[in-house]
Ligand binder design. Sequence first.
Ligand code: NAX
Length: 325
Amino acid sequence: MKTPVDIAVTGAAGQISYSLLFRLAAGELLGADQPIVLRLLEITPAMSALAGVVMELKDCAYPLLHKIVVTDNPKVAFDGVDYAFLVGAKPRKQGMLRSDLLQQNAEIFAVQGRALNEVASRQVKVLVTGNPANTNALIAVNNAPDLAPECFTSMMMLDHTRAVSQLSEKCGVRSTEIKNVMVWGNHSCTQYPDLHHAKVKGVDALELVENSWFVDEFMPTVQNRGTEVIKARGQSSAASAANAAIGHMRAWVCGTAPGDWVSMAVPSDGSYGIAEGLMYSFPVTVTGGRIDIVRGLDISDFSRARLRLNEAELKEERESIKHLL
Ligand code: NAX
């Protein structure tokens, strides 16, 4: 029997976690022979709801679920963890602006960054999902000076899989026949879902779809999908977000498929002229747990303008929380 691996999940009583936790416990992240300890963080008022989730987890009698730790203290939640899913935050409600969310959620990620810095494994893989995810991750990185910035990422995988799905539906192919889609920038409606390097069964996607579909349908559909889900469901994306969180971490652990890449927000190293340090989504490959930004792609003027727009938005977000950096 392998030694159990500690996985922290924050916002554990929330709706994304209601899907995520059960998939983690079933072995979907680390495989069917890896026992895990789930370390679940919630705010004090949500502890009773969390107790219900824990009952349900136990009721599944998952063979891999070695232990569950429940706490409202980030230092207990992150103690020795190898993986941290930072999901907990106040979700965006209909009509709420991202700037309102930013101020409300920023402090949470400063506290959690400091706690990770103190007690997490030095190789911890952190995925920030709570919105505004990129800037929350930036706050966490900056409050964890003893951890490598490479330990921190934020989630663009849902945007990525939304883009893959739209293109596969349009072309009538399976999602596995789509490669090299990417979503640049910020997890906001400014994000840039880009098909310039995408391939459908090995053929350039932009040779198969009309440019007007790319610009006027594909891009806005992916950019506004979260809002449309909220309108339809009355709640933000949950099961698809949990799926993306697992997909992101699995790519980090198992690596990306040969010839393909995924979209992840990582600390910018200046690639494509994006200001260093910003948590910005790039196409990335992963080998042996190491994330590398795909370099040297041709960027058209159309694309460059959208990359810049995202950079400007993220700089503005950074400015508004600079007291926490
Ligand atoms: P819920 O409101 O259902 O759950 C959030 C949970 O976080 C609540 O149970 C709350 O008590 C808890 N929480 C709040 N502050 C906390 C703290 N300081 N420590 C620990 N837990 C805390 O939201 P849910 O639908 O699960 O969404 C969670 C976050 O994911 C939101 O910020 C949401 O906007 C964001 N999303 C991000 C996505 C992405 O692609 N990056 C997509 C889906 C989702 O919208």
